[in-house]
Design a protein around this ligand. Structure first.
Ligand SMILES: Cc1cc2nc3c(=O)[nH]c(=O)nc-3n(C[C@H](O)[C@H](O)[C@H](O)COP(=O)(O)OP(=O)(O)OC[C@H]3O[C@@H](n4cnc5c(N)ncnc54)[C@H](O)[C@@H]3O)c2cc1C
Length: 332
């Protein structure tokens, strides 16, 4: 698509006069939402950030982040997020522990239902992210950031020269496994069924790789190493034979997909078949291809390809600048 193409704009009567209405509300307090908060706060728009069920977003559950520019020695994910929050608050952003339940996008100002309260806003930045799917084993949850990860691009480097496992049977698992062979001496791909959901080409590529071994009909029962806060191996069970075994690995990467947090927008905005928000010119949201005025999406909720802190922050900046432009064009 031509990046400068201006798609048709959905017709809605805008009301910019009411003073109890917020200029902008940001859904989500991950790096996309907080970057948008820094920019809109510095533009004096007094943004309200709804923190959602995971304050700080995905970076708040990880440990060392080594690829965010400006931190030559790396920075702990929660510390990076805390810094972004402080920066946003310093310029006047307000953070609220609340979750969007539903929204009315048919009349302006937009009305957000957050449970007992309704918030009216002239513009909205959706930065609600996409949560990685986990196995939800207690041992796995305890070891996230200590050898358990859902992001090979982010954490693969930490396991150079080690043996690791990748869980899943689809294209993302194959992609993660292939990528991880750059660092690991051996990658064991564990799939719960005999069949793979991956495309033929990806499966063949992974199967042909000398560093990748396959285990099928196998499930992880426990991640070993909780006492040491460091993955030592996996306790596995073969679903066909019932036989249990232990696989010594230094890391487990989940490749079983992500869940975009866009349920509140089903039927209201254009989503792709997996539920990610479709955007035009990076951050403009649409319904039936027409732009929804003043509603922007940024970060992992509209980006299934890169899913990085820096790209999320970058699109958070773009959304904030579009909010400023939109309000200015409408006389605020
Ligand atoms: C284990 C792990 C390690 C990672 N390591 C790195 C790394 O080293 N480097 C790197 O660049 N990237 C890393 N990533 C990826 C990075 O964390 C994400 O790309 C980034 O966090 C995306 O930011 P986001 O703001 O779009 O979404 P998220 O961080 O997912 O934040 C989403 C926010 O939206 C909120 N929310 C959701 N639904 C609602 C709702 N209905 N109402 C209100 N709020 C809502 C949530 O509470 C949350 O605050 C890692 C990810 C994981 C899981």
């Amino acid at each position: 698509m031509n990046p400068f193409e201006r798609p048709r704009i959905y017709t809605i009567e805008t009301d910019m006069s009411e003073n109890t209405t917020r200029d902008t509300v940001i859904l989500g307090s991950g790096c996309a939402g907080l970057t948008a908060a820094i920019y809109t706060a510095r533009a004096n728009l007094k943004p309200l950030v709804l923190e959602g069920h995971e304050p700080g977003g995905q970076l708040s559950i990880t440990t060392l982040v080594e690829n965010f520019p400006g931190w030559p020695e790396g920075i702990q994910g929660p510390e990076l997020i805390e810094n972004m929050k402080k920066q946003a608050v310093r310029f006047g952003a307000e953070l609220k522990m609340a979750h969007l339940h539903s929204i009315d996008l048919t009349k302006h100002p937009y009305e957000l239902n957050i449970g007992k309260e309704t918030i009216r806003t002239r513009t909205l930045i959706i930065a609600s992210g996409a949560s990685a799917r986990w196995l939800n084993l207690p041992s796995e949850q305890a070891l996230i950031g200590h050898g358990v990860s859902s992001c090979a691009t982010c954490d693969g480097f930490f396991f150079s020269g080690k043996e690791i496992a990748v869980i899943g049977g689809g294209d993302s698992a194959m992609e993660e496994a292939l990528f991880l062979t750059r660092f690991a001496t051996k990658v064991t791909l564990i799939n719960r069924s005999e069949k793979f959901r991956a495309s033929k080409i990806m499966l063949e590529r992974a199967m042909a790789h000398p560093q990748i071994e396959f285990m099928t009909s196998t499930v992880v029962e426990e991640v070993l190493g909780v006492e040491d806060k460091d993955v030592k191996g996996l306790k596995l069970k073969n679903r066909a034979t019932g036989k249990e075994s232990t696989l010594p690995v230094s890391a487990m990467f989940l490749g079983i997909g992500h869940e975009p947090n866009a349920k509140a927008f089903t039927g209201l905005l254009d989503l792709d078949p997996d539920g990610y928000i479709l955007t035009k010119n990076n951050v403009f949201t649409t319904k039936d291809g027409e732009i929804i005025p003043g509603v922007f999406a940024c970060g992992d909720i509209q980006d299934r390809r890169y899913r990085q802190a820096i790209t999320a922050a970058g699109s958070g900046c773009m959304a904030a600048l579009e909010v400023e432009k939109y309000l200015e064009e409408h006389g605020r």
